[in-house]
Write a protein that binds this ligand. Sequence first.
Ligand code: HEC
Ligand code: HEC
Length: 177
Amino acid sequence: MKTAFLSPSVAVAVFAAAVFAVTAVSQAPQSQPSGPPGGPMPHEMQMPAPTNLQVLPKDLTGEQVHRIMHSWASALGTHCDTCHAPDPNAPVGPGGHPRLDYALDTKPEKNTARLMVKMVEDINGNYIGKIDNAGIKVSCGTCHRGHLSPPIFIPPPEHHMGPPPQGAPPAAPATGL
Ligand code: HEC
Ligand code: HEC
């Protein structure tokens, strides 16, 4: 049986990162989420349980999915409609904004995001998790840094070592890395 691609520990890590991101962004004065301890968040009833999870654990609550979604949107510097298509049956929601059908899979960005989730799980489980490290995991923000297309890294000029000695081979082999 193939359920979710994420192992429970990775799911917890993804979820913890999501909680951290949401907390850091929106709850500066408070250190704890405001729901009763161990109980549902106040607006949990308004968030229906997900019906079309293919890479996230299928037993996440609506509230948990929303926290992860907010962390993805901030990591990519985008909004929900980057990945989610309007509901064709109810195109206009409150305030004249299109109402999104989150379970629809019509936008290619949504499936790209699913691939990205599997990639991040692979990177952390099979590479970063196998080195002696400080517990830092790769997340969407590690690469995207608030942009839909990860910005190209240009090293600051003061870190350049100057021109190579005469006759020296090019600094890096042409591996594409
Ligand atoms: C980078 C793309 C991306 C962004 C941005 C994004 N989502 Fe998602 N969303 C997804 C993917 C991918 C899934 C399906 C995950 C899976 O298959 O396990 C999903 C699933 C969901 C679901 C569950 C739907 C169901 O019934 O299965 C909800 C609800 C949801 N998103 C809400 C939001 C909200 C609200 C926002 C904005 C705050 C948002 N999403 C932003 C990619 C995104
Ligand atoms: C190892 C670096 C890395 C990580 C980690 C990463 N991405 Fe990406 N992502 C990329 C690159 C590179 C592209 C291609 C961008 C381009 O061609 O403009 C991309 C593209 C995307 C796109 C398509 C953008 C578009 O313009 O259509 C989405 C959506 C996306 N990533 C979502 C995510 C999400 C969600 C996560 C976390 C679950 C994530 N990414 C983690 C490197 C990364």
